[in-house]
Ligand binder design. Structure first.
Ligand SMILES: [Zn+2]
Length: 418
């Protein structure tokens, strides 16, 4: 048994102590019974682990590969480049790169990852590697796999069948990319197939949806309608929805009412889409972001993800969710003092809700003792300072613990140069 004391606990003003036994939170509050091991957090902020709701672990670190160079910086050239890169992917290479990507994320406080894996591959190389890693690493990180047809369910011959095969092999979610199919009707067909497969195999849904500035791309409308009819809106996520950021206000207003009804989840990818979108714009130039502010303020669940770590779509990315949050709240203009106090939700609780893992997530009695200690005393300061993650605790044990920051920079700005 161990007790964490002198904690500032995110979204819990009453408690300052967490009692952990056998990997589970036994009590949370003040003046809890003593424990053989007591860890003084010195007032620092404790938050649930970061959730990366959208990542491509089969693509990580391929950005520098021969043939991966994306001259236009667009989504569509990225897909064409990946088509070449994946021809040379081996199981060993895919597994080694994904492991490195996971290590990079976990070392920055992520404990839950939803990864899309390209299944437009007759050998399903990336999927096989990821299924092994999901199992091998499960004590340290929870991974959800999306069966994702990167080159289409129909634009890629046999894509829909490969998605189904991946679900049978153990993928957790059905993916799709309707805006990449060759005609609107075919994109719509892919949405129907996505929902049919999800109900047939009892899986979650996460669609790359309307990742374009084209205001005519409105696949989210059909996705929302179908999952609402099936009563599985809360089990569904629409990733990107960039075009919704350009949509007519009257249309957007009506759709947001329907999103509220369905419980559909939204995942925005701020750094990646700021980089990829608006490429055909001169000026003014769009930001590539969906209506994060309006979703958040009207109670529609929205969260952020990293998306890419050095791949044909985006050269940067390092799994630092605080950086993603920082970029996201700027682009979305969600920085009122109240929002700064609660925006950590966008990389924690809201991500957990999107992943449908709320039963095992959060700082509550009876749940797994999974949490982070940030180098800040309040949520506001954590965001303002882009606070570092000092330690990550999983099932009551340290995944990592950094040395206590031991120095304060001493500045004398009144000094006179000699
Ligand atoms: Zn993606």
């Amino acid at each position: 048994m161990k007790k964490f004391i002198n904690a500032t606990i995110y979204r819990n003003d009453e408690a300052t102590e967490i009692l952990v036994e056998d990997g589970v939170i036994r009590a949370i509050g003040r003046n809890l019974p003593s424990a053989p091991e007591e860890i003084d957090l010195k007032g620092r902020l404790v938050v649930p682990p970061y959730v990366d709701a959208h990542l491509h672990l089969d693509y990580v670190y391929t950005g520098g590969n021969p043939g991966a160079k994306n001259d236009s910086g667009t989504l569509f050239e990225g897909i064409a480049r990946w088509h070449e890169v994946k021809k040379h992917q081996t199981f060993e290479d895919a597994k080694a790169r994904a492991l490195k990507g996971i290590q990079e994320e976990v070392s920055k406080g992520v404990q839950f990852i939803r990864t899309h894996i390209d299944v437009d591959d007759p050998k399903l190389t990336g999927l096989k590697a990821m299924l092994e890693l999901r199992e091998e690493l499960k004590d340290n990180v929870t991974i959800q796999i999306v069966a994702f047809p990167q080159e289409g369910m129909y634009a890629y011959k046999g894509g829909a069948e490969m998605v189904e095969e991946a679900l049978k092999m153990g993928a957790d979610c059905v993916g799709g990319i309707p805006h990449f199919e060759w005609a609107r009707e075919i994109g719509e067909r892919s949405i129907h197939t996505t929902v049919e497969l999800a109900t047939k195999y009892d899986k979650l849904i996460d669609v790359h949806c309307d990742e374009t500035d084209d205001v005519m791309s409105r696949f989210v409308e059909l996705l929302n309608a179908l999952v609402m009819s099936e009563g599985i809106g809360s089990r569904t996520a629409a990733s990107h929805t960039c075009s919704f950021g350009s949509a007519d206000n009257a249309y957007a207003f009506r759709m947001m009412g329907l999103f509220q009804k369905s419980g559909l989840n939204f995942i925005a990818l701020p750094t990646e889409n700021a980089y990829l979108q608006g490429r055909q714009d001169t000026y003014p130039k769009r930001r590539g972001l969906t209506r994060v502010k309006e979703f958040w303020e009207s109670g529609i669940n929205v969260c952020f993800g990293q998306d890419s770590i050095n791949d044909p779509w985006y050269p940067a990315g390092n799994g630092n969710l605080m950086n993603i949050l920082d970029n996201g709240i700027h682009l979305a203009q969600t920085m009122s003092f109240e929002q700064l106090d609660t925006c950590l939700d966008l990389i924690t609780f809201n991500g957990a809700k999107t992943l449908n893992i709320e039963e095992q997530y959060g700082l509550d009695v009876g749940k797994p003792a999974n949490f982070l200690v940030l180098d800040a005393l309040t949520p506001f300061e954590a965001v303002r300072q882009r606070a570092d993650v000092l330690s990550s605790i999983r099932h009551g044990e340290y995944l990592f613990k950094k040395p206590e920051p031991s120095y304060e920079i001493e500045l004398d700005l009144h000094r006179k140069t000699k």
